[in-house]
Design a protein around this ligand. Structure first.
Ligand SMILES: [Zn+2]
Ligand SMILES: [Zn+2]
Length: 246
């Protein structure tokens, strides 16, 4: 009888259930160094404490500053978005974790980075928006990659902070070439009219979510489109801020 039970699919089901339960309740291993992870995430306490957190930054563009405030460039030319915030400097190992997500499709990396972003946001006491809007990918890029890294980061943020996602209100009308290496004029031309935004009644405060902010031109164009659609306040939340090349 016992042999009969063990050989049934039922036993496999129980085995799988035990394995999943084990993974829920016991820490996994750190994806950076292999030591035991903290209870709810795949990083150990040592690696968490050594991450390149962005400690003080410009409220306008999230670039690192010796003291929090607004940088000279943002004072001269304010952005279409009201505030930008980043959890990390785009430095090792955060650059590696983002590349694991973006180019290797490791979605566990998005879960981890999203959790860490949520934790930093709560510590920073940021104003909470009514909706989170991941930067949309063009459908051709989405098909090629199979997922949108901004949406994958926004999912754990939404869960941890209890904020609804609203990825249906904006779309990318055409594919764009990578912004890196383009001058300011070419960047503007590349992004002109690229986003279409549908207004959502009663929503006046939205936070755009993205993986990395470098020049900020993509989020600038999306923020302008949101404002034109009637959203009064647009913030930008990114996982990491990279310094502009040069
Ligand atoms: Zn570790
Ligand atoms: Zn600034």
């Amino acid at each position: 009888m016992a042999g009969g039970f063990l050989s049934t699919g039922k036993f496999n089901g129980v085995n799988k259930w035990l394995k999943n339960t084990h993974e829920w309740f016991l820490p996994g291993s750190c994806i950076l160094c292999g030591r035991a992870g903290q209870l709810d995430r795949d990083l150990c306490a040592g690696c968490v404490s050594e991450l390149p957190y962005l400690k003080s930054a410009c409220h306008g563009c999230a670039i690192a500053l010796p003291q929090a405030g607004v940088c000279g460039k943002c004072l001269q030319k304010p952005h279409a978005f009201n505030r930008a915030w980043a959890a990390f400097d785009y430095q090792p190992p955060v650059d590696h974790l983002i590349q694991l997500l973006k180019f290797n499709g490791k979605l566990y990396s998005a879960r981890l980075l999203g959790q860490l972003m949520a934790e930093r946001m709560m510590m920073a006491g940021l104003d909470m928006p009514q909706r989170l809007l991941p930067v949309p990918l063009h459908v051709s890029r989405l098909r090629q990659r199979g997922f949108n890294q901004a949406l994958e980061l926004a999912r754990p943020l939404s869960r941890e902070l209890g904020l609804p996602l609203t990825h249906g209100i904006a779309c990318r009308l055409r594919p764009t070439v990578a912004q890196m290496g383009l001058d300011a004029k070419a960047r503007r031309r590349n992004l002109k009219g690229v986003f279409k935004v549908m207004a959502e009644p009663g929503v006046s405060h939205v936070a755009i979510v993205d993986d990395v902010m470098t020049t900020g031109s993509t989020v600038e164009v999306l923020a302008k489109a949101l404002k034109r659609a009637g959203v009064a306040r647009v913030d930008v939340w990114v996982c990491a801020r990279a310094a502009k090349p040069g």
